[in-house]
Design a protein around this ligand. Structure first.
Ligand code: SF4
Ligand code: SF4
Length: 444
């Protein structure tokens, strides 16, 4: 018998207690100091620990027969692959790369302007490819940019035509927009089977306007807020995203308060998320202004302790902590956290196919074309399709693997040149914060 290779064990932040989690056997517990000391002894020399305690650990799936554990791992992996075949596919479509904003931190400024324009013929080819390639799969489309909802009659015609084709194919559609022209587009987009409209606001008026302004410098806050109100009034779900770095995080308490006071957080048509401003390929912000994954969550943990009303606006997931709290059980083991070329693809108006939003528009990342003719770079596609914790060498021996899933393939490739390499997530540290936030009160 061994201490399971998938146990994640650590001390809860700001507490005397510890947690132990095992995604393979589906168990999670909070343990006091005395039991934590015994667990530590089990890890080093189990013969000094009484049999009853080992029996208890075995019953909970933390103390296991190695061969049985391998069998369970293989069977859960097969379940994961099977269930992925039923996953809904998210298909991103970029109608243009240009944008009316000049955000202070935009990474897309490195892309050379691409020639040509979207046409109805290209839209038809996209839908033809989607119907042939993903026949029989659940799927929906997300229109993305650049800024897809640019304010010109031609763009409105194209977006209308795109929505008509999505409706004809019975596909739901989402939009990712900076929100500036939303009020002008409401009547057009509500013709579609709209799942959500993702809009970015980086804080209250002055903070937002110092980061997300028009080319030329004009502020954008007021028009975006009107667009959000118009969406909610028209029963279009808003997914409000705040992009955070060290320059605007202190504005989160006030921003959350204003969203609550506006009544947004009570609306069934409102949800929110926080995006970390980070260096994916290139970012105009100085790296010293950016948070690492863990430092962002450490900061959120501190700020939420001081300003608990933030929870009404945004609840951090802290890895699987929020899921565990809300469902009373762990999620299934995550053998792969990168949906690229599995349940996510991206397409652009030049006819190119990409793995996802992180690679779209980078010519060396193109995986083929859907227009003017269909072509596929099968070798590149396979390397994305085959990426999971069983194929990434570093992940094989990592006890976090079933909570981490190997991270992002694009970040891994930027780091090592190889998609099939690791992008480590600070799982243990996130769980330390998550157990403190979601469970410690109940336990004590
Ligand atoms: S490469 Fe990164 S951004 Fe793209 S789907 Fe995978 S995890 Fe997401
Ligand atoms: S990416 Fe890193 S943390 Fe995640 S499973 Fe692999 S080795 Fe572990």
């Amino acid at each position: 018998m061994i201490f399971s290779k998938h146990n994640i064990f650590s001390k809860i932040k700001d507490s005397e207690n510890f947690f132990i989690v095992n995604l393979l056997t589906g168990n999670a517990d909070i343990v006091n100091l005395a039991d934590a000391e015994k667990i530590n002894r089990v890890r080093t020399n189990h013969s000094v620990v009484e049999d009853n305690f080992l029996k208890e650990l075995a019953e909970k799936g933390y103390w296991v027969d190695e061969k049985e554990e391998t069998k369970l791992y293989q069977s859960k992996y097969l379940d994961f692959i099977d269930s992925r075949d039923d996953d809904e596919i998210q298909l991103f479509f970029v109608p243009n790369y240009n944008c009316n904003f000049a955000c202070s931190y935009c990474y897309q400024d490195e892309y050379a302007p691409t020639k040509g324009l979207l046409t109805n013929e290209i839209i038809d080819s996209f839908f033809k490819y989607v119907q042939a390639e993903f026949a029989g799969r659940k799927k929906y489309i997300t229109v993305f940019g650049g800024e897809p909802l640019l304010n010109s009659p031609k763009q409105k015609e194209l977006i209308s035509y795109f929505i008509d084709q999505a409706n004809a194919a019975k596909l739901d559609i989402s939009f990712v927009t900076n929100g500036y022209t939303l009020s002008d587009y409401i009547d057009i987009i509500k013709q579609g089977r709209v799942r959500e409209v993702q809009i970015t606001l980086d804080g209250t008026a002055a903070v937002h306007d110092s980061r997300r302004f028009l080319k030329g410098g004009t502020g954008t806050f007021d028009r975006i807020v009107s667009g959000i109100d118009a969406c909610i009034a028209n029963k279009l779900t808003v997914n409000l995203r705040m992009v955070i770095d060290k320059e605007n995080i202190d504005n989160l308490p006030e921003f959350a308060r204003s969203a609550i006071d506006k009544g947004w957080t009570k609306s069934p048509y409102f949800k929110s998320q926080i995006g970390r401003n980070y260096e994916l390929h290139h970012c105009q912000s100085a790296p010293s202004k950016l948070f690492s994954r863990i430092s962002l969550y450490e900061e959120l943990y501190k700020i939420i302790k001081q300003h608990p009303h933030i929870i009404e606006f945004y609840k951090p997931a802290y890895s699987i902590s929020k899921f565990l709290f809300e469902n009373g059980s762990l999620p299934d083991p995550l053998f792969d956290s990168c949906p690229a070329c599995k349940s996510e693809w991206a397409f652009d108006y030049t006819g190119q196919i990409y793995s996802c939003t992180a690679t779209v528009g980078k010519s060396d990342e193109s995986l083929g074309t859907f227009y003017p003719e269909v072509s596929r770079k099968e070798d590149m596609i396979s390397s994305w399709e085959n990426r999971d914790v069983t194929s990434i060498p570093e992940c094989n021996t990592c006890n976090m693997q079933l909570a981490c899933g190997g991270g992002c393939g694009s970040i891994a490739k930027n780091r090592t040149g190889n998609v099939c390499s690791s992008d480590c997530r600070p799982i243990k540290e996130l769980l330390e914060l998550g157990f403190a936030s979601y469970f410690e009160k109940e336990f004590s």
